[in-house]
Design a protein around this ligand. Structure first.
Ligand code: MF3
Ligand code: CO
Length: 291
């Protein structure tokens, strides 16, 4: 696409500066790359610093929910109780839980224990017990802005094998964050994530990945954490996307429970871990806006 804007008009980014002094060079660079056939996401998905400030208000609530869970989660509570905490905290902060009624999802967060890879549905009958590892995935809508992040929690005394899986998965995210460099293909980031998991004897789920986020729950691009170097869209300053690899102790194969059409499990029944952050691509790397 091309931007129809006068050189002396105010820049689209809201800086108040003239376009020619602000994003004109940036837009011409993008336009040139697009003409060369370099894959890029649509310009309208790039977020200006002003927009990021708004989205960060949503992120603050999202992180607050995870902090609250971290303080209160323990053996003996049900995943439905966690869901109630999420709902109450969100509403108290004048926000909306993004998963609730999303494509028919019945709860306010996803709770995924052990071999559940993602999209586990909180339940009264599911009680956390000593030795469980659980991912709680939180997404919040605040004033039209979407935030998305998740953490792993180890309940009581967890086996060294599971503990290592959780730790390595977190390292994968940290390595992904460090691999976000503007004007490089997003596959470089995904490749770095995969390499760290594989080096540790783990696999990374191929069929489910991350996504752009900000003004929709799931925006372009699809983000793979098993990508080849040099592939995928270019990471461009202003892009916002999630880094959320699902790292499996065994095989990468997963299946979706036909009873609820949501719960994704590992094929071999071995545990899976996931951490999720959202990053904002800058001129010299990225800013992590939820952790
Ligand atoms: N963070 C998860 C995702 O990005 C949340 C899924 S919510 C659900 O896919 F409703 F789709 F389960
Ligand atoms: Co997500």
């Amino acid at each position: 696409m091309s931007i129809r804007i006068g050189r002396n008009d105010p820049c689209w980014c809201g800086s108040g500066q003239k376009y020619k002094k602000c994003h004109e060079t940036f837009d011409l660079k993008l336009e040139g790359l697009r003409r060369q056939g370099v894959p890029l996401i649509n310009h309208s998905l790039l977020k200006s610093p002003l927009q990021v400030e708004k989205i960060k208000e949503s992120c603050r609530i999202n992180v607050g929910i995870l902090d609250y869970i971290q303080e209160h989660i323990q053996a003996g509570i049900s995943t439905a109780e966690i869901d109630q905490w999420v709902y109450d905290y969100t509403i108290r902060h004048h926000a909306i839980p993004a998963p609730l009624n999303y494509e028919g999802f019945p709860k306010s967060c996803c709770t995924s224990i052990d071999d559940v890879v993602c999209h586990g549905i909180p339940k009264e009958s599911e009680i956390l017990k000593d030795g469980d590892i659980i991912n709680v995935d939180i997404s919040t809508i605040y004033q039209g802005c979407f935030s998305d992040s998740s953490r792993m929690f180890c309940i009581g005394k967890v086996s060294p094998e599971k503990e290592r899986l959780v730790k390595v998965c977190k390292e994968c995210v940290e390595i992904g964050i460090a691999a976000v460099r503007p004007w490089e293909p997003i596959g470089n980031m995904g490749h770095a994530v995969h390499e760290h998991a594989a080096k540790n004897g783990y696999s990374v789920v191929r069929d489910i990945g991350g996504h752009g986020v900000g003004f929709e729950f799931h925006e372009d691009p699809f983000v793979s954490y098993v990508a080849e170097e040099g592939t995928g869209v270019l990471m461009v300053p202003g892009m916002m996307f999630t880094i959320e690899p699902m790292v499996n102790m065994g095989s990468e194969d997963v299946w979706t429970d036909q009873d609820d059409n949501w719960t994704v499990r590992t094929e071999d029944g071995l545990p899976s871990a996931q951490w999720e952050v959202t990053v904002y691509v800058t001129e010299d790397g990225c800013e992590v806006i939820t952790w």
